[in-house]
Design a protein around this ligand. Structure first.
Ligand code: G6P
Length: 570
């Protein structure tokens, strides 16, 4: 959540506003309720420009300014503390200090007693600029005030700071939130991720926990724990901007759904397993959001076919329930971004007890990928749409291959392609859905996690109250909501549970509920018969259905309200 970027122009004053805003645009998936920049001009004056809404608004606001500067910081926000206003947007400025922050400062209220200046925002982040300013007033240098400030902070942060009295210095620090640094002949850059710097620097360095960056006099140093200078290897920044283009498509989401066959083949062909799972008596899969549903789906398939005991769990619950860990268990952390705070926190808990961890991650060099004992990449390519789509199928392929289950890739891709070409039926099913106030997605067996994924997608991008439920469970409560304002989406493939789900569908019909179906013999969205291809095709079908429902409601499918793609706060 939240993306930060900072640029220090090391050899000359430059107008870096456009470059900063385009870096923010590439990080918009991290949050997009407001954004802003602050820069130091030739007269050593600090300017702050912020706007509410998508980054395009900031772009318009900055279109005619002279942004010639020595240093600039930028931020795209996903609100945690303080509602969405210009005052609560970042950069937060106190006196001559501007900071941008990703994370949460948990002890900000306590720290407020140290400083004397009035606060101008309701954010937790403002305490950082306040403290730096406060310590500078006591005579400390900018650098020492910054170092002192970060020792006071509890919580998580990736922070960048500039000071108009030290126009050629830029400082940064990382704890719990990602931060990368890179440079070329004329600039030093910091950002929350490599995507932000993809057009700027060919090499980047991923910072480690408690690292501090001190950029001054044309170069930068990394200080371990804010004290000792340390060398950290840099890696080529391979993310190309072509992959982050919509191409011929109207939205990233539909582009990425159309990439689901490629995601399946890439995950399959590039699969490299570094762990022997036969060693373990149990596989414990931990994740958030859609990644968690993939785990449940994989559990159903793997337990049935391979008789391996699998437990699945939501990361935010696992990490705080004092779980009893076991040496015979492989702990598998599944995450598209590799940065989800709860998944990372859960993994660190497992690592701290010396248990074996495997990360299944899409974003290379992300925190979860780097910290896990073993890591397998899902190779789905960059995913921009906030609601995950192609990464879902790539995670499923990877989990199944890890368990030694082969996948008939050609047949799977063929069945997915049939769904992708079935736009007409999916569109008309979406038209039915949007006439209803409430939706219920149901399925049994493998169709149950797919139903939950469908319900989540509908909630995320159409804002329609939707339940995802096991078909057999609806009589224990959810059926009470059924009337003609409710539409149920019944997902049933050609497996041994098909007839049972059909009976549950009749129970809904008998109570006046409306029905659409996805799967075997469906009149709405018909799916191929073979079990493995039909599982994948049903996933694509629920993604498409949610997409068209949101388009029919004229909503922003790529950047739904209140959400962010990378959830780096708890
Ligand atoms: C966010 C996204 C979801 C995603 C979840 C977990 O909530 O909007 O689409 O499933 O995070 O993300 P991860 O990167 O860990 O898979």
């Amino acid at each position: 959540m939240c993306g930060i970027v900072a640029i220090l122009n090391t050899t000359r004053y430059e107008d870096s506003v456009k470059q900063t805003i385009s870096a923010l645009e590439r990080m918009e998936y991290r949050g997009y309720d407001s954004s802003g920049i602050a820069f130091i001009d030739k007269e050593h004056t600090l300017h702050r420009i912020c706007s509410v809404g998508k980054i395009n608004n900031l772009y318009t606001k900055c279109s005619s300014i002279d942004g010639t500067c020595s240093a600039i910081v930028g931020h795209t926000r996903w609100a945690t503390h303080g509602i969405v206003t210009v005052e609560n947007a970042h950069p937060q400025v106190t006196g001559n200090i501007a900071i941008v922050h990703n994370g949460i400062i948990e002890n900000y209220n306590e720290l407020k007693n140290i400083v004397n200046e009035p606060f101008t925002s309701n954010t937790d982040s403002e305490i950082i600029s306040q403290l730096i300013f406060h310590y500078m007033k006591t005579g400390m240098t900018f650098k020492n005030a910054f170092l002192k400030t970060i020792t006071m902070l509890e919580g998580s942060y990736a922070v960048a700071a500039i000071c108009s009295d030290c126009p050629t210095t830029m400082l940064g620090a990382k704890k719990g939130s990602p931060l990368v640094v890179g440079s070329d002949q004329n600039h030093i850059y910091m950002a929350s991720d490599a995507v932000a710097l993809s057009q700027m620097t060919p090499n980047i360095t991923y910072l480690e926990e408690n690292d501090v960056i001190v950029a001054e006099q044309g170069s930068f140093q990394i200080l371990e724990n804010g004290t000792q200078q340390i060398h950290r290897n840099s890696v080529p920044n391979t993310i190309s901007t072509e992959n982050i283009d919509k191409g011929e498509y109207e939205d990233f989401m539909i582009k990425e759904i159309n990439e689901e066959p490629a995601a399946v083949s890439n995950a399959y062909n590039k699969f490299k397993c570094s762990v022997n799972i036969e060693k373990y008596s149990t596989i414990h899969m931990i994740a958030c959001g859609s990644s968690h549903y993939v785990c449940i789906l994989a559990k159903y398939i793997i337990e049935k076919q391979k008789k391996i005991r699998i437990i699945t769990e939501i990361a935010s619950e696992f990490r705080y329930r004092c779980p009893v860990l076991n040496k015979d268990t492989l702990y598998v952390f599944v995450s598209q971004s590799g940065e989800t705070s709860d998944t990372l926190g859960a993994m660190r808990l497992v690592l701290s007890q010396n248990m074996d961890t495997l990360a299944i991650v899409n974003v290379q060099e992300s925190s979860i990928a780097r910290e896990a004992k073993h890591c397998i990449y899902t190779n789905a390519g960059v995913e921009i749409g906030v609601a995950s789509t192609k990464t879902f199928v790539s995670q499923l392929v990877t989990l199944l291959l890890t368990a030694g289950i082969d996948i008939p890739v050609m047949e799977v891709c063929k069945s997915i392609n049939k769904v992708l070409n079935n736009t007409k039926n999916i569109f008309s099913t979406a038209q039915t859905l949007i006439k209803h106030k409430t939706l219920l997605f149901i399925g049994r067996g493998v169709c149950y996690p797919i139903a939950m994924e469908g319900a989540l997608k509908i909630k995320e991008i159409t804002y329609t109250p939707t339940e995802g439920y096991p078909s057999g469970e609806i009589k224990h409560g959810p059926i009470a909501i059924v009337d003609n304002t409710v539409c149920s989406v019944v997902i049933a493939i050609n497996d041994d549970l098909y007839e049972k789900t059909m009976s549950n569908m009749e129970e809904i019909k008998a109570r006046g509920g409306n029905i659409v179906t996805i799967g075997y013999k469906s009149n709405n969205i018909c799916i191929d018969d073979e079990e493995m291809p039909s599982i994948f095709a049903s996933i694509t079908a629920v993604h498409m259905l949610a997409y068209y429902a949101a388009k029919l409601k004229n909503l922003d499918v790529d950047k739904p309200r209140n959400l962010a793609k990378s959830v780096t706060v708890e």
